[in-house]
Design a protein around this ligand. Structure first.
Ligand code: DGL
Length: 272
């Protein structure tokens, strides 16, 4: 098979990476996607970087059998913990979501005051602050972990009054800071875009790394001459390790189409 026709592998701890997959489908409709959501072991946020690296490596080992032309770590927690390790391991390009998100924020902020919300793992890693300061050393960064968001999204509760309440409570401190843009530093958070925007108000621009990550995928494939060609409509493949009914339901709702989903039972032990 020509490399152009090979798939893009996308992984996340659960449904969060679908926010990136959706943007890839929109920007690059010829590309075939192979997606893995590790719903049996979500959330990754409270886990140690070592454990997240181990899980990411297991997913990559699974996905690599499909000979993807690129691997996208569509999970901020896994990007912070494992991106460099996975890059060293593979010969195909590996893309994370933190640098694209940081770049989008830098081009959007006018005041230089940027907020970041993410999982405990991502916020504790300091990866966003480092990426933002690398681009612009005088940028002011306020960050905060919102550990309650991911379980809400994984339970399909993103449009509920409970979601609004949790978002209000979790962002009450962030709201006090004079930021003009807020990075949704977890790929699950765009599911909560509406309540987050409502709480932060119309003057704060929300940055989801999904758009910018899809642009980076496009740039890298273009530079390598590996963009998919032809008029064939790609058939995407989805895998998840946990509740497949919930995954299908959320994916259908988010992507607006039925997906072809294969449940996977991990043959490896779950350390916690
Ligand atoms: N969606 C992931 C992220 O971007 C992981 C969330 C989690 O499993 O805690 O960080």
């Amino acid at each position: 098979m020509f490399v152009q026709q090979q798939a893009i592998a996308i992984l996340d701890s659960g449904v969060g990476g679908l926010t990136v997959a959706k943007e890839v489908m929109r920007q690059l409709p010829r590309e075939k996607i192979i997606y893995f959501g590790d719903t049996a072991r979500t959330p990754y946020g409270p886990r140690s970087p070592e454990e997240v690296t181990l899980f990411t490596e297991q997913i990559v080992d699974f996905l690599i059998q499909f000979k993807p032309k690129m691997v996208v770590i569509a999970c901020n927690t896994a990007t912070a913990a494992a991106l460099e390790h996975i890059k060293r391991k593979l010969t195909v390009p590996v893309i994370g979501v933190i640098h694209p998100g940081a770049r989008a924020a830098i081009s959007s902020t006018k005041t230089g005051q940027v907020g970041v919300i993410g999982t405990i793992g991502t916020i504790h890693s300091g990866a966003y602050t480092a990426a933002l300061k690398e681009l612009n050393p005088v940028i002011d960064v306020v960050s905060e972990a919102c550990p309650e968001f991911v379980p809400l999204v994984e339970q399909g509760q993103f449009g509920t009054p409970k979601a609004t309440l949790v978002v209000e409570q979790s962002l009450s401190e962030m709201k006090q800071h004079p930021i003009d843009c807020l990075i949704l530093g977890c790929t699950h958070y765009p599911f909560l875009m509406n309540p987050i925007q409502e709480v932060m108000g119309p003057d704060v621009k929300l940055i989801s790394s999904a758009d910018e990550t899809a642009r980076e995928i496009s740039t890298v494939l273009y530079q390598k001459g590996q963009l998919a060609r032809g008029n064939e409509v790609p058939i995407h493949q989805f895998f998840c390790s946990g509740d497949s009914e919930m995954f299908s339901k959320i994916a259908h709702q988010w992507l607006g189409e039925q997906i072809e989903l294969t449940p996977i039972v991990w043959q490896v032990s779950n350390p916690s």
